[in-house]
Design a binder for this molecule. Structure first.
Ligand code: N01
Length: 489
């Protein structure tokens, strides 16, 4: 079986890619999705309180504005509905092959095709592949001793168990990242007791969510340009935030002042305030946007535990000072496996070289979308494309436009291979790493942005506008292009 293009993953990026391929008149493509439904992150992250902390007008595609967002920041169900709607409206559904779990890819140099292995199914061949499987797709269970000995219920934030009834239960939440700060305010409403195990306090900033009034929705629907204007306002607002969170400059202190003011305003107890005060520069780890987390921690049925976890016991969690915290349910808001195996499955390029091996100490790519040695392969949300201050969708749409243009070049010119030149890739990454050294992410905290060796393969050190600008055109002199006919000549 073969197609011109294989897209791996039917989340936001895969669906966006498919829409843009169709708009370009490309029809011979398949989206391989391991699950039985679309939506990726927004299908999987359905924990109570799950929402996006980027405004919906920015956290959506520019080509598919939605006048009906119910709030400034939408919940996960509404975002999933948006993805389903654009998938249907743009005729993408028929391209999706559900239950197709890709287990590996090998580049066949003679044919100029990727051979894609799919669990329990025949392999698929494709002239070009778009890897849209997402960096935060696999839940991370922490390596805490005794994890398997717990006799109660265990839930990970990214795979919520909606059948479990928290009413009257004692719950222990491990983690205080972006997922936990959304979960805890919901859990305290139902559970008898909630203990929140914090290893590192994060910077918490106000979110201020508002319902969109009927009048505003009507304006967005009827007034030409209104949605674009609102999106532009949010975009430049977030771009200005970059000055305080991307680089480690005096402006970072402004963000820290806002965080400290929120802490002072919402937490009266000086002891608790001290426990919640971060000891690293704002932005070094992901900023936590919430108005509800601190109030939830101060509810009578909630307690913050700051002693390190020593082990998980059959009936709860034992902390370093020897106390056992009994729990009926452990909630793991412990994040995702990021770059642990290099790539989500083995990817073998020219001469059998392995992308996983090359990326073992930290991933790199050319402008985050292409990798030398792996022709006709394009990445969404690839190395160093994390924003930190703006919407991931802005970055994603720029990547998609770029890679669809590159794929168009492969098809229109009937190329066997289009491969980024190594020297261009190296020059790009040398510049990136130089700039990254001056950012807040490299200022000394531990985060999933960095590898164990402190290599930043995750974030883009600049404004969103700079990132999208560099992807506005495919510069052919950055690539080696080999026509198909050269094989037989
Ligand atoms: O995961 P995280 P997340 N013992 O890795 C703690 C996106 N997202 O799911 O900080 C004790 O950030 C860990 O502690 P520490 C967003 O990109 C977006 O919350 O490492 N604790 C931390 O507190 C985000 O960055 C939205 O010391 C342990 C927590 O678990 C990404 O997803 C909403 C531990 C993990 O935090 C991941 O966020 C939610 C251990 N052994 C998520 N291991 C939006 O709104 C880990 N921890 C867009």
């Amino acid at each position: 079986m073969s197609v011109d293009i294989a897209v791996i993953g039917a989340g936001f990026a895969g669906i966006g890619t498919a829409i843009k391929l169709r708009r370009k008149g490309i029809r011979d493509f398949a989206i391989l999705e391991r699950d039985s439904a679309i939506g990726g992150t927004w299908r999987d992250n359905t924990y109570p309180g799950a929402a996006c902390d980027i405004p919906s007008r920015l956290y959506s595609y520019g080509f598919a504005p939605n006048p009906d967002w119910s709030h400034t920041y939408s919940g996960s169900a509404e975002i999933l509905r948006y993805i389903e709607t654009i998938t249907r409206e743009h005729g993408v559904m028929s391209h999706i092959r559900f239950g197709h779990n890709v287990t590996g890819m090998v580049f066949d140099e003679a044919a100029g095709e990727w051979e894609i292995a799919v669990a329990g199914r025949p392999a698929l061949r494709a002239r070009a592949v778009v890897l849209a499987s997402g960096p935060l797709a696999n839940a991370s269970w922490p390596d805490i001793p005794g994890l398997d000995t717990f006799t109660g219920h265990k839930i990970h934030s990214a795979r919520w168990d909606h059948d479990y009834d928290f009413t009257g239960k004692r719950v222990a939440v491990i983690g205080t990242g972006a997922s936990a700060v959304q979960i805890v305010p919901e859990l305290v409403e139902k559970a008898a007791a909630v203990k929140v195990f914090q290893r590192t306090p994060g910077w918490v900033l106000p979110r201020v969510n508002r319902q969109t009034s009927a009048l505003v929705r009507e304006i967005y629907r009827r007034v030409p340009g209104a949605q674009e204007l609102a999106r532009a306002a949010w975009f430049y607002g977030h771009e200005s935030v970059a000055l305080g969170v991307v680089w480690n400059t005096p402006l970072t202190r402004v963000v820290e002042l806002v965080g400290k003011a929120q802490l002072r305003r919402q937490v009266a107890d000086p002891w608790l305030r001290r426990q919640l005060t971060p000891d690293f520069r704002a932005g070094c780890k992901r900023l936590l946007m919430t108005d509800d987390f601190y109030p939830a921690l101060q509810r009578a049925n909630c307690k913050l535990v700051t002693w390190p976890i020593a082990r998980i016991a059959p009936h709860g969690i034992r902390t370093a000072e020897g106390v056992e915290h009994l729990a009926d349910c452990l909630v793991f808001a412990t994040g995702f496996e990021v770059g642990k195996a290099g790539t989500p499955f083995p990817v073998l390029g020219r001469g059998g070289r392995s992308l996983g091996d090359e990326w073992a100490r930290g991933a790199y790519a050319y402008r985050s979308v292409a990798v030398s040695g792996y022709p006709n392969l394009f990445l969404t949300f690839g190395p160093n494309s994390g924003p930190g201050h703006n919407s991931a969708l802005i970055y994603m749409e720029a990547q998609i436009d770029y890679l669809v243009r590159a794929i168009g070049i492969i098809l229109d010119r009937d190329l066997r291979t289009l491969e980024v030149r190594r020297d261009r890739q190296d020059r790009y990454n040398a510049g990136l790493q130089r700039r990254l050294a001056a950012t807040t992410w490299n200022s000394g905290c531990r985060s999933w942005y960095l590898t164990a060796d402190g290599f930043n393969a995750t974030m883009y050190p600049g404004f969103a506008g700079q990132y999208t600008h560099q992807l506005r055109a495919v510069r052919l002199d950055d690539y080696a292009a080999m026509p198909r006919r050269a094989r037989t000549a």
